[in-house]
Design a protein around this ligand. Structure first.
Ligand SMILES: *[C@@H]1O[C@H](CO)[C@@H](O)[C@H](O)[C@H]1NC(C)=O
Ligand SMILES: *[C@@H]1O[C@H](CO)[C@@H](O)[C@H](O)[C@H]1NC(C)=O
Ligand SMILES: *[C@@H]1O[C@H](CO)[C@@H](O)[C@H](O)[C@H]1NC(C)=O
Ligand SMILES: *[C@@H]1O[C@H](CO)[C@@H](O)[C@H](O)[C@H]1NC(C)=O
Length: 227
């Protein structure tokens, strides 16, 4: 038997926040926006300069960052001269972080690149990583993240999904998140929250400790109302 899965795309996006931190002794205020934009990759080279409606993905993200208030500094981290030049054309308010070859390889994670960046910039207390591969980012979502970073240790973007998921196992195909005898209608459940990769914000210490989000505190995450 073939199962046809119809995928409904949800465009609503909200943010998850975790672990309200306490600001008793001092306020840590340098919030940086960071875009990691490598030049080379085995896939499509310079995808980070791909255009949508005549705009580079890099420019789309940077315009959204400039349209959001609360960032102390804006950074583009790259290993590529074309991306460097495009960044200079876009604005002279952008700081360039020249990435080392080691962290610019295909295997380097966003986490290690962000750590490397933070090691060189001890003045930065909190950071929001913005991924240029999400062109649907807008000022409203990002402003929301910036505001939440005042009160939480980490913030990241999610999309609410009402997809009914199945698992192929040795015993056959089994439902993962619903009861087939009582298929939920959209209005019957809250759906699931799926990371959409638009942005990841975290305090410096978390990233230096090796994570953008914390397992232990996941239980306390607040799903904000769908924007
Ligand atoms: C764009 O830059 C990001 C961050 O470095 C990287 O993960 C991605 O692979 C790059 N895309 C391409 C196709 O080079
Ligand atoms: C980047 O800009 C500089 C200065 O305008 C220019 O000399 C150089 O050729 C450009 N690099 C590339 C890869 O286009
Ligand atoms: C970036 O986008 C802005 C706003 O759409 C536009 O005015 C500007 O010309 C773009 N810059 C470059 C270098 O493409
Ligand atoms: C899917 O099935 C496999 C094999 O039975 C199992 O190990 C795995 O945990 C299941 N995954 C989910 C998401 O239920």
């Amino acid at each position: 038997m073939k199962i046809i899965v119809i995928v409904i795309c949800c465009l609503s996006v909200s943010s998850l926040c975790c672990n309200k931190y306490n600001r008793i002794f001092f306020e840590q205020n340098h919030l940086a926006a960071l875009i990691l934009a490598r030049g080379g990759s085995k896939g499509i080279p310079l995808k980070n300069l791909s255009h949508i409606n005549g705009q580079s993905l890099l420019n789309i993200s940077l315009q959204v960052i400039f349209g959001t208030s609360g960032f102390t500094s804006v950074w583009v981290s790259t290993d590529n001269e074309l991306i460097f030049n495009e960044t200079e054309r876009i604005s002279n308010k952008i700081n360039i972080h020249w990435r080392s070859e080691e962290t610019a390889t295909d295997h380097a994670t966003s986490l290690s690149a962000t750590r490397e960046f933070l090691l060189l910039h001890p003045e930065i207390d909190k950071i929001i990583l913005i991924q240029v591969t999400s062109p649907f980012i807008n000022e409203k979502y990002l402003q929301h993240a910036v505001n939440e970073m005042q009160h939480y240790e980490c913030v990241f973007s999610v999309t609410r999904s009402f997809k009914l998921r199945w698992n192929k196992t040795g015993k056959g195909i089994l439902p993962i998140n619903f009861d087939p005898k009582r298929r939920p209608r959209r209005q019957d459940w809250d759906g699931e929250l799926i990371e959409n990769g638009m942005f990841y914000g975290a305090k410096r210490e978390m990233i230096m400790n090796g994570y953008f989000q914390t397992d232990k505190l996941c239980r306390n995450w607040n799903a904000l109302p769908t924007l």
